[in-house]
Structure formats: C-alpha cells, structure tokens
Design a protein around this ligand. Structure first.
Ligand code: TYM
Length: 367
C-alpha cells in the first residue's frame, strides 16, 4: 500500500491507515451526537464511507460553544471531474447545510501545473474553469462559499510564506516523499495547501475552528498544517476523511488515468451504460452457476456503488446483498439499477452545471 496526495497504489488497508496516519475512527457515538443537530444522517456517514477523523468532536464542541466554524476543501484541476471527487464535496455541502458554515474551496492550479510536465498553463486554466462549474453545481450556499485558485488569488501566497518558514525540507521530504529530483515548486506547494486553514482568521482577524472534509489521501497536508498552527497562534484544523471510491475495474481507486473504469460528470447516458455493463462484479461465469453458488457482493464494484451512495435505502441495500449471496439475484439486475441511478444523478448534475455558468462571479474570492 502506497498513499500520497499524488498517488494511491496497491490494496488500501484502512485499518493500517488509521494506525499509520494516527487518525481516529468515526464511531457510532459520533453519529449519535450528530443527531442533536440534524434528523438526517447522511448516507456517506451511515455507511462509514467517511470513516475517520481528527478532532471532529472538538470541532463540534467549538460549534456548541459558539466559536466560528469553517469548512475547507479543494480540487486539483488536472482533468475532468469524476464521481470520486464529488464524494467529499457532496458531504461538505451536507455539513455546510447542517452547521450553516462558511466554506473556502481551494483550486490548486499551481500544484497541477507543477506535477504534470506534459500539461501547459492553458490546459490547466481550461480544466480550472471547467471544474469550477462542477463545484458550483454541487449546490453550495452562494452566500457562505468562496472559491479561489492559487494562481489568481494572491492573498494565499502571503499566508503560505508565513507557513513555509516553519517547515523544513526534511519534514516535507518525510511527509510527502520528495526526492532530489522533485522540482522546487512542488516542495513549496504544501504551504499553499495548508494556507486556507488560516485564511478566515487572517482575513477577518478573528478566531475560527476549521474542519476539512476530503478523502484520506490529502491527510499529510493537515499534519504539517497542524504542526504550524500553534506557531502562528491559530487553532489546529480538524479533519473528516473518506475512503476511496473504486474504479469500475477489478482494483484501484477511481482515477482519470483509467477513463473506461471512471465515471466522469460529463459522461452521457450511453457512456454510463457501457462502463457499468463492463464493470467488475462478484458474479459467477454463468447464470446456472450464479443461481447454484450465489455471487460475492464483497468484491463487486456494482454493489459497492449502490452501497456507498446510490441506494439510499438501508433495507434495500441489505436485501440486494442477501439476494446476491444466495443466487437469487443476477448481475444484470444490479447493473441496470445502478445505471438508472447514475444516469438520473448525472442528468441533474449536468443541468445545475449549465446554470452554474452564470454564477461563477458570485462564488469567486478576489483580492
Ligand atoms: P483532487 O483534485 O485529487 O481530489 C479532489 C477531492 O476528491 C478526493 N478524491 C476522492 N475521493 C473519493 N474517491 C476517490 N476515488 C477520490 N479521488 C480523489 C480527494 O481526496 C479530494 O478531497 N491537492 C488537492 C486539492 C485540494 C484539497 C484541499 C483537497 C486543495 N486543498 C483541501 C481536499 C481538501 C487535489 O489535488 O485533490
């Protein structure tokens, strides 16, 4: 298993991650506590797709004490947005709605330019503009959400240099795996991603407690942010972390570099049908064997997609699992159900994305 913000290789073992990263599991007690603030426990939390956190309960304490709570998340614009990216954003919107929190959304155009030597500045700008439409289409509250890109919003650099002064090369190397051949831009970059942890406090001159929802691959950044926070006299940011949404193939997270096993938010209904039809399942080679031996939902990506988000009904999801293992259900049924759900989801997203074109100015944070 190898996890950095730029690469996830091998079989991901979440128990090992908990130990290695020193984060904590989301417990049923935390979920119970959330019921104080909302009757609706999000499916991503009920199914523990958001499975780990760092000081999430302290963030809730701050909320209860009336301390300003802020959300911070982001996107690196090196391609079209896929369903995996959307998972932390959907969850961030949920948190924004429940806690009426302000959100800073960072677009790391600088990062993607630095790590993709094959891409021009113009390529990155095109993906930036494209991805911002997907971000807005998630439906964040326009009054409480500010989106910015590192190359266009200069204030972020002023904060990053204050952070960078406290991070040695040896810490950055140990945290991110930099080598002698890493370019010097990417070595500085972690300070840029840490900077929004302190943006509200610096802009407003006030205390705040920041929570970062993201997948677990981004966690190394928050380790250095937390180390630096007391040196700058700010609160340490808290985090809440999701698992990776797998690609539609036999293994690996959903990734733009494997487009046939990846659902892009721009995909047409035909693309979705084809990709899901070819997805890896836990089914038997023949219908006869499926009926005799049953399938294996534990290794089936089609089942997983229904489980992690697309089948909200807990009873239904359990029924699908049970019917599969006894051979009462065939793969075609699950594929059809998932295709229908994803197509409906994408049609709605694509409509909101169209409308987002007129809303960009409202969301953008400017110097
Ligand atoms: P990026 O663009 O690689 O990913 C955007 C968000 O999606 C998460 N993610 C996934 N979640 C579930 N399943 C997947 N298969 C999957 N692939 C990616 C990422 O964890 C991330 O939350 N450097 C960052 C941009 C960034 C950022 C942040 C992200 C800047 N500030 C603050 C999170 C929080 C990046 O390139 O993300």
């Amino acid at each position: 298993m190898h996890i950095t913000p730029w690469e996830v290789r091998g079989e991901v073992n979440y128990d090992e991650i908990i130990k290695e990263f020193g984060v904590e599991l989301i417990t049923d007690d935390i979920i119970e506590r959330l019921k104080k603030y909302t009757n609706n426990i999000h499916v991503l939390l009920r199914r523990k797709i958001f499975f780990a956190h760092r000081e999430f309960e302290d963030w809730l304490d701050s909320f209860e004490k009336g301390i300003k709570v802020i959300l911070y998340t982001g996107r690196g614009p090196s391609g079209y947005t896929h369903l995996g990216h959307l998972i932390p954003w959907i969850f961030t919107k949920y948190l924004q709605d429940v806690f009426k929190a302000d959100l800073y959304f960072q677009v790391t155009d600088d990062e993607k330019f630095l790590i993709h030597p094959e891409m021009s500045m113009e390529d990155i700008e095109n993906f930036t503009n494209d991805n911002i439409l997907d971000i807005i289409a998630v439906g964040f509250d326009p009054e409480r959400t500010k989106i910015f890109t590192n190359l266009n919003y200069k204030e972020i650099y002023r904060i990053a240099v204050r952070i960078a002064r406290h991070i040695t090369f040896s810490t950055a190397k140990a945290t991110f795996g930099f080598t002698e051949s890493s370019n010097i831009g990417i070595i500085f970059f972690p300070a840029m991603q840490a900077a929004p942890c302190f943006l509200y406090q610096i802009l407003e001159g006030k205390d705040a407690h920041v929570l970062i929802p993201c997948a677990i691959d981004q966690e190394p950044y928050w380790r250095i942010s937390r180390d630096v926070a007391p040196k700058l006299r700010f609160r340490k940011p808290a985090g809440i972390y999701s698992k990776f949404i797998p690609g539609l193939g036999a293994n690996g997270k959903m990734s733009t570099s494997h487009p046939e096993t990846c659902i892009f938010l721009k995909d047409s209904p035909e693309d979705v049908k084809r990709k899901i039809w070819n997805a890896f399942t836990g089914g038997q080679p023949t219908l006869k064997e499926q009926k005799e031996k049953g399938g294996n939902p534990n290794i089936c990506v089609v089942y997983w997609y229904l489980y992690f988000y697309f089948e909200d009904d807990d009873k239904k999801v359990e029924e699908i699992y049970n019917e599969c293992i006894i051979g009462k259900r065939i793969c075609g049924e699950c594929k059809e159900l998932l295709t229908k759900k994803i197509i409906e989801f994408l049609i709605e997203h694509q409509k909101r994305r169209e409308k987002a074109k007129d809303m960009v100015e409202k969301y953008l944070l400017k110097d």
